[in-house]
Design a protein. Structure first.
Ligand code: UD1
Ligand code: CA
Length: 452
């Protein structure tokens, strides 16, 4: 089988009305990544060297979203149907000779293996002119139907609107995902008419034209889960749920323990090591990498963070972008980190904010320590040395440096650097009045009794 270059044409010019959104439908995120990007990733993994997204309204949003991906944008000014939409990619693919896979931007979960299977089927010995991805859903709704024999040779493609009762009873449905050589695609698309119930140019009609030419067209069947289309917020939530279920299963298969899997939410790019334990109700935003032997305790929210092996996080911890925990570091309840490094073995066990900070190895950050990193205009750094001990309820007013082995006494507001090995105590003088409170209580109780 000769290697053939692969291009993808992603149709996304529909209005997406049911989303009721200012955001283009294909840019709504699943697991923190726009659904379109899930699809582009799968297509790239399947070897699609070229990708063209066909857009109508809100073109600039899609353009901005794919700007760094080397994806071409084609414009369909009027939504005249899926065949018309696919034809708009012709100019962008001028000079490209190979196989095109046409798919829909709102169907993000196609697996690379399935796309490869579809492409390989097109290149098989019996030389079909078109190969289309079919599925048998529980509820065939208004999907287009595929009439095919047991070997997958198609005799008819029919849209629900145009189908007879008998055809509607067929359960094999058209996903829309279609593979065809570019040398065939453009001439076939140009021949498609719009004499049908919807008055639209139907992409599946290229199969009818191929059959009319005496050529073969075939269906490749796949799991309906891959072909969930997203048209509404409810379907978006459903897609998220399916994605999360798969990711949880994968995490466990890869050696993480999830105590209550249904309550853990991953992002598209979460990386987990082995023997990671994740307690219930943990949410991962994008950009998290976790090494081996880490425990994430319940109710933690983690985003843009790097967590080295042996660390412990939470319960109720919040790690924001730039949080960087080194080996064996520990962050406890109600601790927030942002753009901060917590050195190897360092601990911030309770009620602390570490922002724009670097904490050295084995330092101990007492309960209620706050790095005061912002003056309303600019952000400033706090640097804490190895083995330093920050007493509870200290305010470290940045920019400030605390030396190695230094001790900051509890309750201090530190605004000047502390040298290595120094003790810094910043507190008001203590006033000591023995018996004062007893005398006060006696006097006040007497006053109350006398009704004054
Ligand atoms: C289409 C198929 C149907 C299949 C179903 C699977 C056709 C005629 N029908 O129907 O056989 O079962 O998908 O979900 O192809 N689009 C454009 N420009 C247009 C029209 C559509 O870009 O002028 C895009 C839409 O944004 C969408 C995709 O093409 O991403 C599918 O369009 P849609 O109108 O949803 O097609 P269906 O009627 O669902
Ligand atoms: Ca649809």
């Amino acid at each position: 089988m000769a290697e053939q270059p692969l291009a993808a044409i992603i149709l996304a010019a529909g209005q997406g009305t049911r989303m009721k959104s200012e955001l283009h439908k294909v840019l709504h995120p699943v697991a923190g990544l726009p659904m379109l990007h899930h699809l582009l990733d799968s297509l790239a993994a399947a070897g699609a060297a070229r990708q063209v997204v066909v857009v109508g309204a809100r073109r600039e949003q899609v353009e901005a979203s794919v700007a760094s991906r080397g994806v071409d944008i084609a414009h369909q000014a009027e939504q005249l149907g899926t065949a018309h939409a696919a034809l708009q990619a012709k100019a962008a693919l001028a000079g490209f000779y190979g196989i095109a896979i046409v798919c829909f931007g709102d169907t993000p979960f196609l697996r690379p293996e399935t796309l490869a299977r579809l492409k390989d089927r097109l290149l098989a010995e019996d030389a079909p002119r078109v190969a289309v991805l079919g599925f048998v859903p529980d509820d065939a709704k208004a999907y287009g139907r595929i009439i095919a024999d047991d070997a997958g040779a198609i005799s008819k493609m029919v849209e629900f609107k145009d189908a007879t009762e008998d055809e509607r009873a067929v359960r094999l449905c058209n996903s829309g995902v279609t593979a065809v050589r570019t040398s065939d695609l453009w001439p076939l698309l140009e021949r498609v008419g719009n004499d049908n119930a919807a008055g639209e140019y139907y992409l599946p009609d290229i199969i009818m034209l191929a059959l009319a030419d005496g050529d073969k067209a075939v269906v490749v069947e796949t799991d309906p889960d891959e072909l969930i289309g997203i048209n509404s917020r409810a379907e978006l939530a459903e897609a998220e749920s399916i994605w999360q279920q798969r990711r949880r299963a994968q995490a466990m298969a890869d050696g993480a323990s999830l105590i209550a899997p249904d309550t853990v939410w991953f992002a598209h790019d979460t990386v987990l090591g082995r023997d990671v334990v994740i307690e219930p109700n943990v949410v991962f935003g994008p950009g998290v990498t976790i090494a081996d032997d880490v425990v994430i305790h319940a109710f933690s929210h983690i985003e843009g963070a790097t967590i080295a092996s042996g660390c412990s996080v939470g319960p109720f911890a919040r790690l924001r972008p730039g949080a960087d925990m080194r080996e064996g570091a520990k962050v406890g309840n109600f601790v927030e980190m942002k753009k901060a490094v917590l050195g190897p073995g360092a601990k911030a066990n309770h009620l602390t904010y570490l922002g724009d900070a670097t904490v050295g190895a084995n330092a101990n950050i007492g309960a209620g320590t706050i790095t005061c990193n912002y003056d309303g205009y600019f952000k400033y750094q706090t640097v804490i040395g190895e083995n330093a001990f920050i007493g509870s309820n200290s305010a470290l007013i940045a920019p400030v440096k605390i030396g190695r082995d230094a001790i900051v006494a509890a309750g201090s507001a530190v605004s000047r650097d502390v040298a290595d090995g120094e003790l810094r105590l910043v507190r008001g003088e203590q006033l000591v009045k023995p018996g004062w409170a007893d005398r006060f209580h006696d006097a006040m109780r007497k006053k109350k009794r006398e009704g004054k």
